[in-house]
Design a protein around this ligand. Sequence first.
Ligand code: DGJ
Length: 752
Amino acid sequence: MNIALAVLLASLFTLNTANTTAVLENRDGRWRLPYYGARLANAADVTASEGGATRWHGDTRHLAYAAFGQPLVSMDVDKFGGLAVKHADGTITTELIAVGEKPVEIAEKGARHIVLKHRDKVYPFFVDQHFRAYDDCDVIETWLEIRHEEPGAAELSRMDSFALDLPRIARDYRLLTLSSWWGSEAKLSEATLARSQTITVNSRNGVRGAWDANPAFMLQLDGSAGEETGRVLGGALGWGGAWKMSFKRDWGDVVQICAGADNGAGAYRLDAGKTLRTPDFLFVWSERGRGGVSRAFHRWARNHRLPHGRALRDVLLNSWEGSYLTFKEQTLVDMMDGVKELGGEMFVVDDGWFGEGEFARDHDVNGDPAKGLEGGKCDAGLGDWQVNRRKLPRGLEYLIAEAKARGLKFGLWYEPEMANTLSRLCSAHPDWVMREPTRELKCGRGGTQCVLDLANPAVVDNLFDQLHAVWKTPGLDYIKWDANANIFNQGSPYLGRDRQANCWFDYTVGLYTLLDRLVKAHPATVIQACSSGGGRMDYGFLKYADEFWVSDDTDARERVFMQWGASHFYPASAQACHVTASPNHQTHRATPLKFRFDVAMAGRLGFELHPKDMTKDEIAFAKRCVADYKRLRPVVQQGDLYRLVSPYNDSSYAALMYVSSDREKAVVFLWGLNRGPNKDFPALVRLAGLDAARRYRITELNRLPGAAAHLRAEGKTLGGDALMNFGLEPMLANGDYDSCMLELKSIADQSE
Ligand code: DGJ
């Protein structure tokens, strides 16, 4: 019997997914989570044998949620747990006791939801701990709802979504996270978590949650896990504001993991009667190494998180690197012709289309893309989301009509959370900008950019009205939502003087409120999360957006590393990967067009160049690539990822593949990086995820006219067993950035 969420004894539950079990127990009036791992038939087997190895790690360990002040909790592990509250009377401890549980009915098939109810033993302070588990991907979402009825405000100096002491389940823990900065997003970072050490990973940028680290991790048990072997606990925080995750391993190998929003400086003041919902924390257990965690997150994202996660993403051209701020109406129409010819499906106008009169976003439009990154100064207009008629005299309606006339969808760039001091918005509402009243306003990009105070509902209303007015224009299909600043003025003119520290959390709540309202009003609109490149690569924003811009660094070589890193947590369908001009505008490195396609086709393919700058031969090649991509995008965007050869392993090449869920089709990418002669041959790349009993026809794609195939197996039909056990032997003989892309198709006729 599949007891997905069943009461075994009055106080013992299992929260199961297809392959995992979490045991939940009310023991001695406290909620515990004594086991999380591979699926078990009997939860009672855990409680019958656990505990007692040392008298120091007593029975009150492994609470489902560790708070500061629990008696005997965390004798050695971080005493503060995940929740630290100063109650209205000044007491700084919280003793959570179990006051029941409540299954929640949810419509989604294969999902179940339970709430563990806690309250303080003395104070009217309540914590509802939610768990929602999904069979199809083994991911569990958890979050807290915190409220109280104390006679004054409670101050929360910690309010983590997750705070768990893992039992002593391993003797060697290794932590994998992503390091990120502008132009260098999602780079792998790994460290051993040694005894009596704490590793803290955080970002206090406030706006760009994926700077300078990404809010996601893999904790590998028994040392470094393999791609397909080993036990790994994966976690991710659905929050793009300031956040913190900490991993403490005590003297006896108990590991405490805490993850949640970070207040920056000062405690969060929570008024009586108000409910604070913490960010979602997502966790998954894999017995199949890092690859197992990645595939689980990808499936969860596609099936349960991204607004249109099961839809295929369009091939688009974004105007930024092709014209920066310097476009005119005709530039954009020419680009539309270009993307149409290439076989693309959407055209997106980037920065520079808005602002009126003295605040029009054409200040200093004397730029030349060849001379600088942006070809303009970007110092005006943010906040004024009306069309810049000097540049676009016939308005958006004209551009949309031109796009539609070519059968293209149409998208538009925004940076709604920001304003320039040179804007109508700022001139009319200087108090809508985040700042401290007594300090000089520090500005970012262009010397005039500041962050709007989204803690203020009036600001959220204004932005909703401005955006809604444009978004309802028929034919506007896609929004690129950018954000190029961090919270450098740490104060909210709206919040009272006693709750300035709330501004970090409330900013993000305001942002998500705005997004929620817009997404509900425009359910078909697809949003791209962008924040100075990949600063918004997080599952907070991805509740509203279907994809993110991986990086402003569009150099294909750099993208191999970034896409590899991002793939640990985020699916290919969500990674916006654009073919750009060579030499690359960020690194000035020249790479072959084929290499640029082979890299970008491993994610959501697009362009960021002016097609008029392409030669006839390049256009002919690109058209073939786009056509093949459109045919194979169900596999790339919706298939299962297998990472084969890591670019981080001192290897001069990297390889990964996607397999369709029915294992009928696969796409393999092999990217040569900096390759010396006669060394590091990419021999025997063993494939994964195929059906060993089937035979697959191998076809190399993206071949240059007249070029020899990259492998002897080209055009042949080989068994899944041989492909996974013996492998393929491709040649990357043409120096740096030689690459190949293969299509595998299962062939019914076994005789071939
Ligand atoms: C930063 C983004 O990452 C770029 O793609 C581009 O949209 C610029 N902002 C525009 O200002």
